[in-house]
Ligand binder design. Structure first.
Ligand SMILES: [Mn+2]
Length: 330
């Protein structure tokens, strides 16, 4: 597939690589590595762009230490590019900002195939891969190219965060590719990315979170109200999930006029992505993988507290099969 992609970009002069909104390590790493393949084989200069926020401290550290040059999509004129690439999502998935009337030329992703993706000139969508970084690492192997230390470190971290411990379905090829690029990574940079310094607002958030948390059987339910960025909701969910005797975490909060939530479960017995979909039925969008899921509910003129109550009722009845459950503070 990489041969087809390289053939396609040969006559192109300006290439734009788009990551998904609020980029995670997988989309950052796969976009960055693809840009470097194009640069080393065809001397192409590509622009890497994203929309939204780089929320987690780990992700900001990745961008800084691996020297990844990323631009805001909103500030670019997409018409000035003759080739547009989308990585780690698909044009109609709803989580990538693309200017009006623009059709991406190349799509590389590992989520469920969307039929509209067929409109792209070249697409490589592999549902059975744990990450897009795995696909791009495989391109390196196929091309017999050695990634430089920043690219290798980013790719390794991209595969790792999307597979290990995330409870997503990952295949042998993910660990194979991690092994393949491991000799080229910087362990020092990786350690720094995985343990970044955290901003004060992270601790302020966790203080509010522990005060607001409610224990319902083996579930922690936490309403954070206003939060600074959507990643804090996922981080709070991970933070509580480590608690002994807790099996489920649900964290909800709002930014501007949108309500975000995160649902986690320690076991893979229950499909949390499916539960998340049920929580937002008729009011928002949601989805996820085996152990982690999330969603958004646009508030418009709806009352935030009423939305929280609705979702909470649905959640408790879905998890415990009953409408009523005793609730305690931490
Ligand atoms: Mn991914």
């Amino acid at each position: 597939m990489i041969d087809k992609i390289l053939e396609f970009i040969k006559p192109k002069r300006k290439i734009l690589i788009l990551m998904h909104n609020n980029p995670d390590p997988d989309t950052i790493a796969s976009g960055f590595a693809l840009k470097n393949i194009f640069a080393s084989l065809q001397k192409k200069r590509c622009t890497l762009a994203y929309h939204g926020l780089i929320g987690r401290a780990e992700n900001r550290e990745l961008v800084k230490l691996c020297k990844i040059d990323m631009h805001f999509s909103l500030k670019l004129n997409f018409n000035r590019y003759d080739c547009i690439v989308v990585v780690d999502t698909q044009p109609t998935a709803g989580n990538v900002f693309i200017q009006k009337n623009i059709l991406p030329n190349i799509v590389i992703d590992h989520h469920n195939f969307r039929s509209q993706t067929k409109k792209a000139d070249v697409f490589d969508v592999r549902k059975n891969y744990g990450s897009t970084s795995t696909i791009v690492a495989e391109y390196y192997k196929k091309l017999n190219l050695t990634p430089d230390v920043n690219t290798a470190t980013a790719l390794f971290y991209g595969i790792k965060t999307d597979t290990l411990g995330s409870g997503r379905s990952n295949s042998k090829v993910d660990t194979e590719m991690m092994g393949y690029i491991l000799p080229n990574i910087s362990l020092n940079k990786l350690a720094k990315i995985e343990n970044p310094e955290l901003p004060k607002y992270y601790y302020k958030n966790m203080k509010k979170a522990t005060e607001n948390a409610k224990v319902v059987n083996d579930l922690i339910f936490c309403n954070l109200e206003d939060v600074r960025n959507a990643d804090l909701i996922a981080e709070t969910s991970d933070f509580f999930l480590r608690m002994r005797d807790i099996k489920w975490t649900f964290v909800i909060g709002k930014i501007d006029n949108i309500c975000y939530f995160s649902l986690r479960c320690k076991s893979t017995q229950r499909k949390v992505g499916h539960i998340a979909l049920g929580l937002v039925r008729g009011i928002g969008t949601g989805g996820g993988h085996m152990k982690s899921a999330g969603g958004q509910i646009p508030l418009n003129d709806k009352n935030y507290n009423e939305i929280v109550e609705t979702v909470k009722k649905r959640l408790i009845s879905k998890i415990f099969g009953t409408g009523e459950a005793e609730e305690k503070s931490l």
